[in-house]
Design a protein around this ligand. Structure first.
Ligand SMILES: [Zn+2]
Length: 314
């Protein structure tokens, strides 16, 4: 047990101590011993069992304020696993960000590595497929990372496509209640979202139905876009922003998955638009009662039937 990395203990000058910067905890009326203990927390990595019981009240306040890194509980956590269907620049960038954040990553993209722009992969990689080249690149940067090429059993998936969300890729995920997030590139940047937790927030079809209401031609356009084989295209700044949003959304889901109603609901029912050289913006993407995914109404017959047919494993 120790203070969260980056949480500083500061002297306020009026006899009180402040721990942390954003939403800090201010401790007044400390005894000399308590004060020394808190000040020591800023420099010493661990708290001895004796101090833990002696200063239980202060520790409880620090824990309640979210300022204590309870690494003992975190060590027991299994490694979360994510799959991504793109091994090009944007997929490789997202996979690297997830691997850095502690995710095991599976990259499923049998396209040829030469189709990716120069500089996408580590120059030492001789892999022939995009999935192998991306996995190889991540392993060279992060030798400890759990990265594989091809399909794998995962907790969550990232669905990358160009022009329109690849709804077909989400069909088995909706049937198995597997969370997923869409990343859709276009000529100006990319859209990230919705982050889909089946039945709890808008799914890709919900968002597509909303878009069809605004533009009756959208279903026809969307079919053309996803039927073609246009590879997702991205610039480094768009990739970096998309990777950050995906890592944030998946990290939130993983940490909140077993908890009570979560605070960070903002990841759901939202689509982020990333413009090359512009700050990202968000748009609400509400669940559609017409959809049948269960987020805004009952689960439709079609999805219920697919769920019934879907095998338990994989
Ligand atoms: Zn839906």
């Amino acid at each position: 047990m120790r203070l969260k990395p980056g949480a500083r203990v500061l002297v306020r000058g009026d006899g009180s101590l402040q721990v942390g910067v954003r939403d800090p905890l201010i401790l007044d009326d400390l005894t000399a011993d308590e004060r020394r203990f808190v000040e020591r927390l800023g420099t010493v990595a661990t708290v001895s069992p004796g101090d833990r019981s002696r200063f239980a009240v202060i520790l409880a306040r620090l824990i309640a304020s979210g300022l204590v890194d309870q690494d003992l509980t975190r060590a027991k956590e299994p490694t979360p696993r994510a799959a991504i269907n793109d091994g090009g620049p944007i997929g490789c960038g997202i996979a690297l960000a997830l691997a850095r954040a502690g995710w095991a990553v599976a990259i499923d993209d049998i396209g040829r590595a030469v189709q990716s722009p120069r500089g996408t992969y580590d120059p030492g990689s001789l892999a022939g497929t995009r999935q192998a080249a991306a996995a190889d690149t991540i392993r060279r940067v992060l030798p400890e990372a759990d990265v594989c090429a091809g399909r794998a059993r995962v907790d969550v998936e990232v669905i990358v496509s160009h022009g329109a969300p690849l709804l077909a890729a989400a069909v088995p995920l909706m049937a198995r209640d597997t969370p997923h997030v869409y990343v859709t590139t276009d000529e100006r940047g990319a859209q990230v979202g919705p982050m889909v937790i089946p039945g709890r927030g808008a799914c890709g079809t919900c968002v597509g139905l909303g878009r069809a209401l605004a533009d009756a031609a959208w279903p026809r356009l969307s079919l053309q876009l996803t039927a073609g084989r246009t590879l997702p295209h991205s610039t480094p700044d768009v990739t970096a922003q998309a990777a950050g949003l995906v890592a944030g959304a998946l990290g939130w889901w993983w940490s909140a998955r077993n908890g009570p109603a979560d605070a960070a609901h903002g990841w759901l029912d939202t689509v982020w638009t990333i413009d090359h050289h512009a700050p990202p913006s968000t748009a609400a993407a509400p669940a559609s009662p017409e959809c049948g995914c269960g987020a805004a109404g009952p689960v439709g017959d079609e999805l219920a039937a697919r769920r019934a047919r879907m095998p338990e494993t994989s």
